[in-house]
Design a protein around this ligand. Structure first.
Ligand code: SF4
Length: 306
């Protein structure tokens, strides 16, 4: 069988070992060397170009069905739970705790739950929604397992490294939110990021208030592709007498977008985190679909008052 292997950046260091093992089993094996941003980002074009029979995507849980033979190999990692014990004092004011993590650690949630319960806490693990496949699992673009239990917990704990995943959940919830990092052995309350994000959005709306020409971003990555939404937004922009064009790319290059000097504001329909994490790399404002609708409403309101 001809197989294309695809690894997220953190697992590319193991690619050769997997490839050689599959070769020993009699397969013809290739490795995708392209950047991989998430489970949304299947190397389907590469797999089809080399006429592979199968794409094996490592590291992530299944995201969505593809018109190709794709095997997802989830990656699990046992991280030390010491930081959970050590950060227990932070949770003293709270009784009901919602816990979330990434796919790498979902198998550790039950153990974490027992630790909290031994300290007299009630623990909730939300069911998966949308793209997530496991209870308590969050993705950068799908935090339904946190949002679903927001009203039934006093606070949240995220277990895992980095801030990219927990921040998505912070923006979608309203309760105190502690990130416990087992690798750094540290923990941090993230609530301040909610206000920071709200201020960023307000500034973005002000910067876009005079925009006349909009570029609507559409990614060709199979899990980020949203042409219907882009067409709807373009039509909505044009209905109000402004200009819009749909800008297509697999991976958006911010220098290339900055070269499109005629565009006054960009509207994102690709990975939703581009609008929260990468907006500072663009010279022009970058709006989510929701922010665009707010902008249109305020422009209409301003017109009515003329
Ligand atoms: S759409 Fe964005 S956040 Fe969601 S899996 Fe892809 S890269 Fe991650």
């Amino acid at each position: 069988m001809r197989i294309l292997l695809q690894f997220p950046e953190g697992l590319k260091q193991r690619a050769l070992g997997y490839a050689k093992e599959l070769e020993r089993q009699g397969n013809e094996v290739f490795i995708s060397a392209s950047p991989t941003f998430g489970a949304c980002d299947l190397a389907l074009d590469e797999a089809k170009s080399i006429k592979a029979d199968k794409l094996v995507h490592f590291g992530h849980a299944e995201f969505m069905r593809a018109d190709f033979n794709v095997e997802y190999v989830e990656y699990r990692m046992d991280a030390s739970l010491d930081a959970i014990e050590k950060s227990m004092g932070e949770l003293a004011p709270y009784r009901r705790i919602g816990i979330v993590t990434t796919v790498q650690h979902v198998h550790q949630l039950e153990e974490i739950k027992k630790i909290y319960e031994a300290h007299g806490k009630e623990v909730a693990i939300g069911k998966p929604y949308g793209f997530a496949r496991h209870s308590g699992q969050i993705l950068g673009c799908d935090v339904g397992s946190a949002a679903a239990i927001n009203n039934s917990v006093d606070c949240f704990v995220y277990f895992g490294g980095g801030l990219f995943h927990p921040l998505g959940a912070v923006y979608a919830t309203t309760k105190p939110f502690l990130a416990v990092d087992p690798f750094a052995g540290k923990w941090l309350w993230l609530d301040g990021y909610r206000e920071k994000r709200r201020k960023e959005e307000k500034r973005m709306l002000v910067r876009a208030s005079d925009a006349m020409r909009f570029g609507v971003l559409v990614s060709t990555k199979n899990g980020q592709h949203n042409m219907n939404l882009a067409k709807m937004l373009k039509a909505r922009i044009e209905k109000d007498g402004f200009e819009a064009a749909i800008l297509v790319s697999n991976t958006f290059d911010f220098d290339a977008l900055n070269n499109m000097m005629e565009i006054d504001a960009f509207v994102n329909t690709a990975c939703p985190r581009i609008a929260t994490e990468d907006f500072e790399r663009l010279r022009k404002p970058l709006l989510s679909a929701n922010l665009l609708m707010e902008l249109i409403k305020s422009k209409e309101e301003a017109r009515r008052q003329l």
